[in-house]
Design a protein around this ligand. Structure first.
Ligand code: IMP
Ligand code: MG
Length: 191
């Protein structure tokens, strides 16, 4: 489908990254993995739930051998800003001791979620831990954390689509977009 025919959801203010841009950004990330993980023992760990479409695309484009696993972490309790400290909700099945772990995240904002995950993984003594993120909001950082690879760097906006949610919805949008302010302002008035 051409971009001009993309139907815009009524809750969306504007599209920030189109379907085509996402696809080409992910292909470049897959190439980065293929270049950097030759003859390594790669375990990609996708952070649920937002990174699922991202890791799904990567899975068919990464040609080096890898295992994939999933970790459920919660930091949002609705709303647009992480209200609590990140909470690990599940365990990974893969044994990452001595392995090259690549964390696959949807978006890094304050950095607290991934810092917490890195501390947890270090306890298993992996050979290396790197971070690949679809989106990076460096202006939101509250702890020191740098992504090893970010497909897109964006300003401090609340965005939805391509796996990213607002109150668990809008993950299905094929593009990445800014939410209309009235959507989240109305929600906070209702509370
Ligand atoms: P952190 O602030 O870096 O710990 O990010 C916490 C989590 O908040 C991320 O993994 C995302 O799931 C979510 N998040 C951060 N910014 C946004 C956004 O703009 N839209 C949707 N989810 C977001
Ligand atoms: Mg997330």
């Amino acid at each position: 489908m051409s971009n001009s025919k993309t139907t815009i959801d009524s809750r969306i203010k504007r599209i920030i990254i189109s379907e085509q841009e996402i696809a080409s950004g992910i292909s470049k990330a897959a190439q980065w993995i293929n270049d950097n993980y030759k003859n390594k023992d790669l375990v990609m760990v996708s952070i649920l739930k937002g990174s699922v479409p991202f890791v799904g695309q990567l899975m068919t484009q990464v040609t080096v051998d890898y295992q994939v696993d999933f970790l459920s972490v919660s930091s949002f309790k609705g709303g647009i800003k992480a209200a609590t400290n990140p909470e690990i909700l599940s365990k990974i099945n893969a044994d990452i001791t001595g392995k090259d772990v690549l964390i696959v995240e949807d978006i890094v904002d304050s950095g607290k979620t991934i810092s917490h995950v890195i501390e947890l993984f270090k306890q298993s003594n992996p050979k290396s831990i790197k971070l690949l993120t679809l989106l990076d909001k460096p202006e939101g950082r509250e702890v020191e954390l740098k992504a090893d690879y970010a497909c897109f760097t964006i300003p401090l906006l609340f965005i939805v689509g391509y796996g990213l949610d607002y109150g668990e919805y809008l993950r299905n949008l094929p593009y990445i977009a800014e939410l209309k302010e009235e959507v989240y302002l109305k929600e906070s008035e209702d509370k």
